[in-house]
Ligand binder design. Structure first.
Ligand code: MRU
Length: 377
């Protein structure tokens, strides 16, 4: 069965606790925007599209289970705008969340009938985002698979490398870069998929390897550590590196998971195509270039420690849950070693061959520039 990060029905929202994967598969209930804020910040749910959808649906659930429908039009609009403005602060780099908030605020501002209508239209729009994301990802997958087959030599079958997690766990389903891998496999065009470990949060080893193991036949996927990418490209035939995006600037510079930039440099050196897969909701026309993108800094502990399985144990007749379940892998800041933990980096447009959206693949034209604005015309 396909992995599902988000389970929603009118009035209820459950998300897969990605901090526990791959050891345990447990869902946590999100009842309020406050629950969603904490879950997004702690990375219980992560991935640019998934974060946006969980935030939007958390507010839908909160509204559905409250007396918000009895509010006046103005009160309902103010409540919704305030909640969305706060949710946007949970993680700064991915643009999908602020894009969703802007669209939802614009929608509620346009409704004047009643508070009930404001709430109902908000909930319907948030629910539609969940549906649209899966459809967009399938289109990204198909466009991306076609582009790779047409542009990476005269091969009918390809091997690809991906980074971080961009699959069902990072989206409403199917995935973006991982969606391309799924589409390649669906058309019998995939020879092999490699994924990086993606230190320090290990989205690659904990999440992508898990999704690939679920989707692909045994022997078709391989996990490498981040330091093995150059060696892999020098020793094996890799047709393309495919990655997701948290924010694509107007000029094509792309913020994505830390380590993406070094992969793009390695790809350029080896003449391997470097493909960014992202829905148009990840494109930020208001950000001119990567220099303007705010990069989130994460806590030092993510670098200093790794998480193991959660341990439940019984003591004095009570079932306790050991949530620390961590193993130190470095001496730590108390011993004088500092930690640098930017969650994302920016890959300059010059290192990117194609940006694949649900509307198709965009490549650089005259003067070596991407024209991303045309996607919104
Ligand atoms: O810190 P994360 O796990 O939220 O970062 C995720 C990524 O960088 C993904 O590559 C990106 O969000 C695209 S997910 C379709």
């Amino acid at each position: 069965m396909a992995l599902q990060a988000i389970r929603y029905a009118r009035g209820t929202l459950d998300i897969l606790d990605q901090l526990l994967l791959p050891h345990q598969s447990e869902y946590v209930s999100i009842k309020t925007c406050k629950d969603a804020f904490v879950a997004i910040q702690r990375m219980v749910v992560r991935g640019a599209p998934a974060i946006a959808i969980v935030a939007a649906l958390a507010l839908a659930v909160e509204l559905e289970n409250s007396n918000a429908r009895q509010l006046s039009t103005e009160e309902a609009r103010t409540l919704i705008s305030g909640r969305l403005d706060n949710l946007v602060k949970s993680r700064p780099t991915a643009v999908n969340l602020s894009d969703a908030a802007t669209k939802l605020k614009r929608l509620v501002a346009s409704i004047s009938e009643s508070g009930n209508e404001v709430v109902e239209q908000y909930i319907l729009a948030a629910e539609q985002m969940l549906v649209d994301d899966v459809a967009d990802n399938k289109n990204i997958g198909d466009h991306g698979a076609r582009w790779i087959l047409e542009n990476c030599g005269d091969q009918k079958q390809v091997a690809v490398l991906t980074h971080c997690n961009t699959g069902s766990l990072a989206t409403a389903g199917y995935g973006t870069a991982l969606g391309i891998i799924r589409s390649l496999h669906a058309t019998s065009s995939l020879i092999h998929a490699y994924c990086t470990e993606t230190r320090p949060y290990n989205q690659g080893s904990r999440l992508t390897a898990y999704e690939l193991a679920t989707d692909l036949p045994q022997g078709m996927s391989t996990l490498i550590t981040d330091s093995m990418a150059a060696s892999l490209l020098s020793m094996h035939k890799i047709s393309a590196i495919v990655v997701g995006a948290d924010r694509v600037a107007l000029n094509g510079d792309t913020a994505n998971k830390i380590g993406t930039y070094q992969l793009a440099i390695v790809a350029k050196y080896h003449g391997v195509k470097f493909v960014v897969a992202a829905p148009t909701t990840s494109i930020d026309l208001n950000t001119k270039s990567g220099a303007e993108i705010v990069i989130e800094q994460r806590p030092a502990n993510e670098v200093l420690k790794v998480a193991g399985p959660r341990v439940d144990f019984e003591k004095d007749g009570v079932l306790w849950v050991d949530m620390d379940r961590v193993q130190a892998v470095a001496p730590g800041i108390t011993r004088g070693v500092g930690v640098y933990n930017p969650s994302f980096d920016v890959t300059p447009k010059d290192l990117i061959d194609a940006i694949v959206t649900e509307k198709g693949a965009v490549v650089k034209g005259a003067h070596n520039e991407f024209d991303l604005a045309k996607l919104f015309a």
